[in-house]
Design a binder for this molecule. Structure first.
Ligand code: NAP
Length: 284
């Protein structure tokens, strides 16, 4: 199939580029530092963290996993965040969500120093993205833009339809697309006649979390289709797009797995390096 937007191969391509940048940083005695705080046991989060760790170590990052008990209090977690905010060797960190119910996620997200908020969740970074001056943005959104860039897909003037309006995917992708001069439509569960809207898309980005929901009749001939979905069905990973039906209509399409997933980790690593480069520049 020659219409695949290959996230795995593109991630390897960006790994090479990032290794060159990391080598330059190391000449200045700087190693990109990334930390992940994980509270309690959560098997889904553990898989994500394992994947991040593997890639970070492959790239030669200083990677730290901070595992905390479910019973940790909000103030103890805030003091862990404070330590990372103040450590020079940590460029960026993530507090893996969801958190236990007794901890207020907004309070925690707000406590992360925006300069180290590598996943772009802090309101400051959300605002910067909205104002077309992005610093760090959510990793999946960054990864999608890098994937399209690698395939030289020009979004300027294109009709981009996004299905899903979450803070971690739909909204940041919409802002990045708008910043890149696309004509953007955001759809969600209240959208009327969804398939009529999605059929207008030159580029269709789907992030809803419903296995194989987008069938051929949602897609215009020749559209570029980006499937963010990751659903577990009978032990198998499926996307939000019915690949076998949609692929023959699409000019390019991401598979699941091997599409957006690897690029999300690329987005995270890429932004950690950008922060480390700012540290290097500040050092002179
Ligand atoms: P989310 O927070 O649950 O948001 C889902 C969005 O889809 C909501 O805006 C919802 O609309 C909309 N939606 C649900 N059913 C719909 C329908 N029938 N028609 C139209 N819109 C509908 O999900 P998320 O966190 O963005 O994740 C979406 C999917 O992407 C999940 O499968 C997740 O696992 C996957 N994901 C993958 C990666 C990756 O690296 N590949 C990263 C992040 C997420 P309302 O707002 O109206 O409720």
């Amino acid at each position: 199939m020659d219409n695949i937007l290959d996230g795995k191969a593109t991630a390897s391509y960006f790994d090479e580029e990032m290794l060159t940048r990391i080598a330059k940083l190391k000449e200045k005695d700087i190693t990109p530092g990334l930390a992940v705080i994980m509270v309690g046991d959560n098997s889904a989060s553990e898989i994500y963290v394992r994947n991040k760790k593997r890639r970070a170590e492959k790239l030669g990052f200083n990677f730290e996993e901070i595992l905390l008990l479910d019973s940790i209090s909000e103030s103890e977690l805030l003091s862990e965040i404070d330590k990372l905010n103040n450590r020079d060797d940590i460029d960026g960190f993530i507090v893996q969500l969801p958190l236990p119910k007794h901890i207020n996620e907004d309070t925690i997200v707000n406590a992360v120093n925006p300069a180290k908020d590598v996943d772009g969740f802090a309101p400051y970074n959300v605002g910067k993205l909205y104002m077309n001056d992005p610093q760090q943005v959510p990793a999946t959104a960054k990864g999608i833009m890098l994937l399209l860039e690698k395939y030289k897909i020009d979004v300027d003037g294109k009709n981009v339809v996004i299905v899903g309006r979450s803070n971690i995917v739909g909204r940041p992708v919409a802002s990045l697309m708008l910043n890149a001069h696309a004509t953007v439509t955001i759809t969600h569960s209240h959208t009327k006649n969804l398939s009529e809207v999605t059929r207008q898309a030159d580029i269709l980005i789907v992030a809803i979390g419903r296995s194989e929901f987008i069938t051929a009749d949602f897609v215009k001939d020749g559209a570029v289709v980006v499937d963010v979905g990751m659903n577990r069905v009978d032990g198998k990973l499926t996307g939000d797009v019915k690949f076998d039906e949609v692929s023959p209509k699409a000019s390019l399409i991401t598979p699941v797995p091997g599409g957006v997933g690897p690029m999300t980790i690329t987005g995270l690593m890429y932004q950690t390096i950008q922060i480390a480069e700012r540290r290097a520049n500040a050092k002179g």
